[in-house]
Design a protein around this ligand. Structure first.
Ligand code: DP6
Length: 359
């Protein structure tokens, strides 16, 4: 597929108004996306677990406009009008207009609800942008008349990527890869694909408990962060390393090598933060409690032989990853030793999920 393939033929059908609703999950990267080229093309491939409980539900209502007067839309979060969300959506509409030529023909109402608290420090851009992309695709499906499920999801992922890179990994489950990788057939910089190779039983029901260490506003937006990889002294090596790590991940996932998984995933998380600490300007997004948790996890693993590990996003919260069979032991450990480091003792239990759903 090339970019031009996503520009539709003139629509054979018309539709006056309607409404579509999609729920789309968040995802957690194992090999991280950090650094992008123009038009949301990633500098390196990344792979993520799709989550199950952390999700955004978006309803998109639309009605035909009499005259073409630019984009016309309103945004609501939890029933409250959110004008501060408009610039991001306006940018998204501009980026996708060539692929969705109907955008200026309608007036839209975007109503969105997250299952996780807005101020939890959990990014809603992946789940939010993928849910919106799916609603827009539902409109296009009506205008085209018919589209295969595969083409529908692929274009939704292509559009979601233009809203937020990681959003293109939120449409399907349970492992999604985004970015061209020489060893992985079908991989693309333009959209996420379901991981196509064998996955060991041990990875099929992985758990993710998200420890809410700091619920404050992000110190640095991901767009600014990605841009700091331009001219970064370690960028070229980092992008190479991500490719090598993905190759290693293919055999780890197949063999169920949990020790290698732990080492790779934790190294990826710390490398992401190392990139932020060594950019100019530099950032430390971890908090003291992030480090306390990491040290506790390492100590627990040494003592118990557990395969629990951590990963991080561009923030202070810690994702605690573990196989399902360790659920009760790890939950007890979290309750006894980690909850004390969470803001107001808050955490969210999640696990691998299987992608977006229409309702
Ligand atoms: C640290 O997808 O939020 O979570 O494309 O600018 O919207 P934009 O960035 P975004 O970056 C996410 C980066 C990350 C790692 C990852 O999810 O791979």
């Amino acid at each position: 597929m090339i970019i031009q393939d996503f520009i539709p033929q003139p629509y054979p059908k018309s539709i006056k108004n309607g409404s579509f609703t999609w729920s789309s999950p968040s995802n957690i990267a194992l090999v991280k996306y950090w650094g992008k080229k123009q038009d949301q093309i990633p500098e390196n491939p990344s792979i993520s677990f799709t989550l199950n409980n952390c999700k955004t539900t978006t309803s998109l209502s639309f009605s035909e406009l009499e005259s073409d007067s630019g984009y016309s839309f309103e945004v609501f979060l939890d029933g409250e009008k959110k004008d501060d969300f408009k610039p991001k959506i306006e940018t998204f509409f501009k980026r996708v207009e060539a692929y969705l030529p109907f955008l200026k023909d309608y007036q839209f109402k975007i109503e969105t609800v997250n299952t996780f608290p807005h101020s939890s420090g959990i990014a809603s851009s992946a789940s939010g942008m993928s849910a919106l992309a799916l609603c827009l695709m539902s409109i296009e499906k009506e205008l085209i008349g018919d589209i295969s499920q595969e083409d529908f999801i692929q274009k939704a992922s292509f559009l979601a990527r233009l809203g937020s890179g990681s959003a293109c990994r939120s449409l399907e489950g349970d492992l999604v890869l985004w970015g061209k990788h020489v060893d992985i057939e079908g991989s693309s910089d333009l959209f996420g694909v379901k991981y196509p190779y064998e996955v060991h039983q041990d990875f099929q029901n992985y758990q993710d408990t998200i420890l809410l260490v700091d619920k404050g506003e992000k110190q640095v937006s991901s767009t600014v962060g990605h841009n700091l990889m331009h001219g970064h002294p370690f960028a070229a090596e980092r992008f190479k390393q991500a490719n090598t790590n993905l190759s290693a991940m293919v055999s780890i996932l197949k063999d169920g090598d949990l020790d290698a998984f732990v080492a790779l995933v934790e190294s990826e998380a710390l490398t992401l933060h190392a990139m932020m600490m060594t950019s100019m300007p530099y950032f430390i997004l971890m908090k003291p409690n992030t480090l306390e948790i990491i040290n506790k996890i390492w100590a627990f693993r040494r003592l118990s032989g557990s395969k629990v590990c951590f990963t991080l996003d561009a923030g202070a919260n810690v994702h605690v990853l573990y196989p399902e069979r360790e659920k009760s032991v790890v939950m007890e450990f979290i309750q006894n030793e980690l909850v004390a480091f969470c803001q107001k003792g808050q955490y969210i239990n999640d696990k691998i999920g299987f992608g977006a759903k229409q309702s």
